[in-house]
Design a protein around this ligand. Sequence first.
Ligand code: SF4
Length: 271
Amino acid sequence: MFVQVQPDVLAGNVPVGYLTTSRLCWAGCAFCRLASPPTAHDRPKRWNPDNAIATHDLSRIRVLKVRGGLSATEPFDHWVRFLRQLAPQLAPGTIMLAFSPVELWHYHVKERRSLRELARLLVWAGATAIGPGGSETWDAERRNRWAPHRLTVDQWWQVVECAEAVGLGYTLGPMAIPRQSHDDWHQYLQGIRPVAPLHIEIKPLNSDNTPLASEGHGHVLEVGYAAQILRAAFPSVPIYVRWPDPSPDVAQILGASGVTGLFVTQWEVSS
Ligand code: SF4
């Protein structure tokens, strides 16, 4: 059943800059266009995005998202140093989201470093929070089918607890999938228990050109349904959706469902 909401319009758009560290990922999630065979992975040398990012006006964004596939050639410290130099160029109050929980877990395993150490370094680099990877979304059955190398909810919790312990925020990234039931969302909320995320980004499934193409897309009504449930569970947490070129009807539905605003891509720099 839909929860009762007040009609409203979206409060505003949030300009976002994206830094994609790698466009390749060995994890092979069925809905992801970064998924690629391991043979394609290693770039010959480290990528330094200095020149590419210098062509963009950093002061115009309000959120910087650093994310990428799990096959970046660069070590974690490469990105930490890069972000440390970048942070002073951002406008005051800009939210820097650096790496999702599954990306941090990847570095934790690959470089044999503690999650807490990695989280502490992100704080040193100027990050506000870890990004919304969506790993908390998956129940065991669907994760095994769609994203077998994603974190379990328990692993997601380990990352979040390490972030909290060092003063780093975290975000939620639930995916809006066609035909999700109220029970699905109830199970999701049970899995994450009481948390205090910086914000929530609902991600509509976009299965174009993926093995999940037959599943279709997350429809605006399904995103609105998710937003209403999440708004009821998190009354004061901002909820965002990345929805390119929304029609007035789409904006109206999302706003009335409790979505705070839209993430609007200002620029993207990728390897
Ligand atoms: S872990 Fe992330 S980047 Fe990698 S395949 Fe899955 S969704 Fe894509």
